[in-house]
Design a protein around this ligand. Sequence first.
Ligand SMILES: *Cc1c(COP(=O)(O)O)cnc(C)c1O
Length: 415
Amino acid sequence: MSDSRPSHAPIHAPSNVFPVVDDCLQIGGVALSQLAQRVGQTPFYAYDRQAMTERVAALRTALPEGISVHYAVKANPMPAVVQHMAGLVDGLDVASGRELRVALDAGIPAGEISFAGPGKSLNELAMAVGAGITLNIESETELERVAEISAQTGEMAHVAVRVNPDFELKTSGMKMSGGPKAFGVDAERVPALLKRIGELGLHFRGFHIFSGSQNLRSEALIEAQGQTFDLALRLAESAPGPVEMLNMGGGFGIPYFPGETPLDLAPITAHLESRLPAVREQLPRAEIILELGRYLVGEAGIYVAEVIDRKESRGQIFLITNGGLHHHLAASGNFGQVIRKNYPVVVGNRMQGDERELVNVVGPLCTPLDVLAQQMELARAEVGDLIVVFQSGAYGYTASPTRFLSHPEPVEILV
Ligand SMILES: *Cc1c(COP(=O)(O)O)cnc(C)c1O
């Protein structure tokens, strides 16, 4: 049969990541049914290292020369994934002490790791200072704590200021800036904080200005990036030392739902190219960083559950699987979606099938929220077939309430 996905398959994404051979999805060159045997259990998450490698390479080709790419570990903190990503990107951004340990284990230099997040514990701050990584300071209180740890241990603290900008990233899946926010220090309070960093004699690294997530509109990203440059240049005038890094966040989205199209990088690159010469002139020592999670790994992962039962209820078909929201909250629609939409779901071992039908794919939990696909057209599936959720490489397992209802945890593999 064909070695590519049939064009009439009802799959809108990710169109070219995983090939189909003999109607079976392939991942890492292995047929899904074989992979399931190799894993030894369902449900599981499988991540494709080649897909990640290609994604980073394509991004680097598209971006202007000299823009650094960092991986936001929280998107997928599986140690093997972080290790693989560490070899591809210019730095890792972590959001907890545990993520920091995973990043340090990946063996990249401390200068290429940064730690952001409100409410870092004293323990986490001490770990970060001890490891010599860059701390993105989220409040005045946090700065004083860091200074105290530095004074007590004699270790120099390397600090950047996480800024809560006075603008927002429009039409973002998740807004993280503008207005009152828990993240970062309000832009108007930053000059005073910069002065204090100077007084405390800490090593000033630069700025972290992150304004949102999951955005597919290049115009919105361009607007936010332009405002980020303006703000950074303005704040740099009050800096206690040269700006060594400007982390512009990311916000690059991936398509999940029908009608969504992949982000167009060309206009973003054109805009960056138009702004970079002046930015580089004014901040000659600054590494310009894009910090991305989902965009780098989201399309490289699938979640696989097995059909345990097939039921009919009042005219609708229910495929009941051993996987669900406890493993994949995002696909169930309960991770920040306002109106529930189906993630791209297929029957991985019968991609096209002989017969197709409208079904509901649900999990084993005793809650109507445990839905993987609602009234979706799939190949007719039987008990034992493998349901695949695409776009599961980011915010899948890591963002799920695995303890809910005490079912077994999924396995994760990197192929
Ligand atoms: C979550 C987060 C990211 C990654 O966001 P993605 O949408 O996965 O790219 C980057 N930076 C910060 C500060 C974050 O909190």
